[in-house]
Design a protein around this ligand. Structure first.
Ligand code: ADP
Length: 478
């Protein structure tokens, strides 16, 4: 009924056509509705179930996703770490490389600076070398002595104007000799003497004279340039000694004339004294005899000095005109030794002569000159050996040469003075203290005589112990 009312109300309100239902219709309708509601409920339940399943499924997916996310996160983290490490290592490598490159740049900069410095130094060196060359060239050209420079292969490289003047060649002519070897220069007459003296191997020369022409005597010396391992060349110095030679010759001539002039009156004095001493001019007292004896000895010394001086002048004038004959040196030597027996005895010296063990070959000598040499050596041994000493003269053959040795156990020769022993007027300080007489000319003469005969003279000596003078002469095969 209510429903009806309602429908009535609605109909009243809408004032439209009114629909009326029957109860059965309504119940059917209701039943229909209920069924539809039940179906809907079932649907809802099914939906709910479906939703539940879906939720579960989603839950599983979520869990799976979360797991995957975790794994991914770990992986990402590892990868990130790896990448970080890689980046770090790369950064380090880059840094190292940059550092290395910087160092290299620095190093090459230093090298560049060093190279620049070296170049500067080289330039300075070149400049100085050039300067030195200029200086040397100026000295070479303007030197008052003649100079020739030969390179290490003995080729003429330079010749200065003074040398050109000595060889009488002008600058143009001299150019044709530049580059020539010393042996080839020999073919030219102007260089003949010099090339001969120097030899093909440029032998060392010290103060050797060469006669260039009349009124020109040159003294030649060579100087090795560079070290022994690195020989740059040889400098040949030509010094004009014409004036010295003239003065020397005049001095020699003067001494020669003076000695000759003195010899005659000295001989006259000698023979007069001899006659008085021998009583030929009447009797003399013992005291007068003593005085005259001393005068006679002094006069003898003067004559001996004059003879020495004359021998020296002959040597210096190059007058070695020896009267050469073949002799046996044994006879000559024993003869000379014999003549000194008396003098040696007076000084209580033992004078011994040792004969050669084998037969001596002959020698070709000027007997008087060789007698002078042997006598001088024996006289020196007697003079410079204190009383009761011993002198031995030994004649032998050594290396195919005849040799004479005079050995004493006297005062000896001071070591520092030994190299001057054969020079003119040299007398040792130790013998001068002994106040023995002497001129210092004997050994100079002896050396010249021996060498002119093609022989050699030398000595061995120890101060305070003794001396041995030895000379040899070439033997003549018979
Ligand atoms: P002199 O004997 O007239 O001085 P020498 O030329 O003969 O001249 O000798 C030169 C110097 O050599 C002597 O003064 C002496 O100093 C030294 N001399 C020579 N022979 C001997 C010797 N047998 N012993 C020691 N010194 C000697």
């Amino acid at each position: 009924m209510k429903k009806d009312n309602k429908n009535q109300d609605r109909d009243d309100n809408n004032s439209g056509p009114t629909i009326s239902f029957t109860k059965e219709e309504l119940l059917a309708e209701l039943d229909n509705l209920n069924r539809r509601l039940a179906a809907r409920d079932i649907e809802i339940i099914q939906l709910k179930e479906k939703r539940g399943e879906e939720v579960k499924e989603l839950q599983v997916i979520k869990t799976q996703l979360e797991e995957a996310k975790g794994i991914l996160e770990v992986k990402v983290e590892a990868k990130t770490r790896e990448l970080r490490n890689l980046t770090e290592s790369l950064e380090k490598q880059i840094k190292d490389r940059i550092k290395e490159l910087q160092e290299k740049v620095e190093e090459s900069e230093n090298s560049r600076v060093a190279l620049m410095n070296m170049l500067e130094d080289m330039e300075e060196l070149r400049r100085r070398t050039e300067e030195e060359k200029e200086k040397t060239l100026a000295i070479f050209t303007n030197f008052s002595d003649g100079l020739l420079f030969f390179d290490s292969t003995n080729k003429l490289v330079m010749i200065n104007p003074q040398a050109e003047a000595y060889f009488e060649i002008d600058a143009n002519e001299s150019k044709q000799f530049i580059g020539e070897k010393i042996v080839n220069l020999k073919e030219n007459q102007k260089f003949e003497y010099l090339a001969e003296l120097l030899g093909s191997k440029m032998r060392k020369i010290f103060r050797k004279e060469i006669p260039m022409k009349k009124n020109l005597t040159l003294e030649v010396s060579t100087v090795e340039v560079g070290s022994e391992q690195n020989r740059v060349g040889t400098l040949v110095i030509l010094h004009d000694i014409t004036r010295e030679k003239t003065v020397e010759r005049m001095k020699t001539e003067f001494v020669s004339i003076a000695a000759h002039q003195l010899r005659t009156p000295m001989s006259a004095i000698k023979w007069t004294l001899r006659m008085i001493l021998d009583g030929d001019l009447g009797p003399i007292t013992g005291e007068q005899k003593d005085f005259l004896e001393k005068t006679y000895i002094s006069n003898e010394r003067m004559i001996s000095l004059i003879n020495d001086l004359l021998n020296v002048t002959r040597i210096e004038e190059g007058r070695h005109l020896y009267n050469l004959i073949l002799v046996n040196l044994e006879d000559l030597t024993s003869n000379i030794v014999g003549s000194y027996t008396e003098i040696a005895k007076r000084k209580s010296l033992v004078l011994e002569y040792v004969k050669p063990e084998q037969k001596l070959p002959q020698v070709k000598v000027d007997v008087e000159k060789i007698r002078l040499v042997i006598s001088n050596l024996i006289e020196n041994a007697i003079k410079y050996t204190p009383v009761k000493g011993k002198i031995t003269i030994i004649v032998s053959v050594e290396d195919g040469r005849v040799q004479v040795a005079v050995k004493d156990n006297g005062v000896g020769i001071v070591k520092e003075q030994q190299e001057r022993i054969f020079t003119k007027f040299f007398r040792g300080t130790n013998v001068m203290r002994m106040e023995t007489e002497g001129t210092g000319l004997g050994l100079f003469i002896a050396k010249n005589i021996v060498e002119t005969h093609g022989g050699k003279i030398w000595f061995e000596s120890e101060e305070g112990k003794g001396t041995t003078f030895i000379f040899n002469l070439p033997a003549i095969a018979t």
